[in-house]
Design a binder for this molecule. Structure first.
Ligand SMILES: Cc1ncc(COP(=O)(O)O)c(C=O)c1O
Length: 412
């Protein structure tokens, strides 16, 4: 008989990514020729975990207190301001008083607190149909449910029609809507929304909230700084949030894991955008409460490290240069993979940029087993296979499509 509480009996982290990632890591320790394209971290061309030199340099400048003392729950004012400068860039002045920041352990903490505070118990949270699977667990942990909208329409663009229809239905049944968009570099497909698609999302939010219904967008921007188009287009789209009316808000989930390659430091943030002061005050109160109850405060190390990098002119400049190089490497890997895929007739889901490329498959588990025998580890999920191009070299990106095509043909 289990001693677990009722809702906990079914709790089991079945994430393929963590389990199969751990297997691939162990196998690679024994045989370095194994291709490990499983886990969403950035590796260099030699197969070593990528670390930004500027981030390492900033780490060396932190005092003992800055590293090891307790942090304040929301994070320091300096951290908030530094992050606002980073996220809003040239639009900082337009946004600084219409936004608030709450430090969280990674983007995951930001997702969890946002789910907890903007949807009621039992509510369905709208998530994309291809998704980072952890959204489902976060919803369950917060006593909530989820529903998926189709990410793609028949032309391979963002499916605003399906999203809108589901928002309208949830508005009727729940009296509020919380929906998630993961952009740019959507995990797992690498899809990145066009400017016009963002315009449609903003218009939809304003339309559905015009009668005072709370419409909340959780913008999961984990891969914000890996958009191959650079900073301009991501910030141009963020700028559109100013058009939202008082009942429509955006909470962004920022991930220090991805932007600064600080995966294990566990630093991220929720950032709210709203023209309404009360919304900002509510955000600060409720999310501080949740943070205190769940993790008390996140790492002082993460908060001060991010602040140091972003407030030191030289460090931020060299960080931006390094980021540009890693974005370029990712784009070269992606391009190599896509070109080879076309050559061998391997289909991929609509990809623009980012850490992952996804391939439709009828029997992804079988294809996974086939590939493991060929010393290739990628992730089977639902009806697709996910290849983590951030973790493999350009040479591996060239070699993989042919073998994956073989695996799919052999197991279909
Ligand atoms: C889409 C997406 N959102 C959020 C996260 C959360 O990352 P972290 O909690 O490390 O910031 C990840 C991590 O892989 C992700 O892929």
């Amino acid at each position: 008989m289990t001693l677990l509480a009722k809702r906990s009996v079914i709790k089991e982290d079945k994430s393929n990514i963590i389990t199969l990632g751990a297997i691939a890591k162990e196998e690679k320790k024994k045989d370095n020729s194994i291709v490990n394209a499983t886990i969403g971290m950035l590796y260099d061309e030699e197969g070593k975990l990528f670390a930004f030199k500027s981030v390492d340099k900033a780490l060396g400048l932190l005092t003992t207190d800055e590293k090891y003392a307790y942090a304040s729950t929301p994070g320091s004012k300096e951290f908030h301001d530094a992050l606002k400068h980073w996220v809003f860039r040239e639009y900082y002045n337009e946004f600084k008083d219409k936004t608030a920041v709450m430090a969280t352990p990674g983007g995951t903490g930001a997702l969890s607190s946002t789910f907890a505070n903007y949807a009621n118990e039992g509510d369905k949270i709208l998530v994309p149909s291809y998704m980072w699977g952890n959204y489902k667990q976060v919803a369950y942990e917060n006593h909530q449910d989820f529903e998926a909208y189709s990410l793609f329409n028949k032309d391979g663009g963002f499916n605003i029609d399906d999203l809108k229809e589901r928002c309208i239905n949830l508005k009727k049944t729940q009296g509020r809507v919380l929906f998630v968009i993961n952009d740019p570099c959507h995990n797992p497909t690498g899809y990145t929304m066009k400017d016009s698609e963002w315009d449609m999302v903003i218009d939809m939010m304003n339309e559905l909230s015009s009668d005072g219904t709370p419409i909340v967008l959780l913008h999961d921007m984990a891969y914000l700084d890996f958009d191959s188009r650079g900073f301009d287009s991501t910030r141009r789209n963020i700028r559109k949030y100013q058009k939202l009316n008082d009942s429509a808000i955006v909470v962004m989930a920022f991930s220090g894991s991805k932007t600064f390659a600080l995966y294990g430091v566990r630093i991220g943030a929720q950032i709210i955008v709203s023209n309404n002061k009360e919304n900002i005050e509510d955000f600060n109160k409720a999310n501080k409460f949740s943070a205190r109850a769940k993790w008390s405060n996140t790492t002082n190390l993460g908060i001060n490290l991010v602040t140091k990098i972003l407030t030191d002119k030289e460090l931020v400049k060299s960080f931006e240069d390094e980021l540009a190089v890693s974005r370029k490497t990712l784009a070269t890997r992606a391009n190599t993979f896509i070109v080879e895929s076309k050559k061998v007739g391997l289909k991929t889901l609509p990809f623009v940029c980012g850490f992952f490329i996804t391939i439709p498959a009828n029997n992804p588990e079988k294809a996974y087993e086939y590939l493991v025998k060929k010393k290739i580890h990628i992730i089977p999920m639902g009806n697709v296979l996910r290849v983590t191009i951030s973790a493999i070299s350009i040479a591996e990106c060239k070699m993989l499509p042919k073998i994956i095509k073989e695996a799919i043909d052999a197991t279909n």
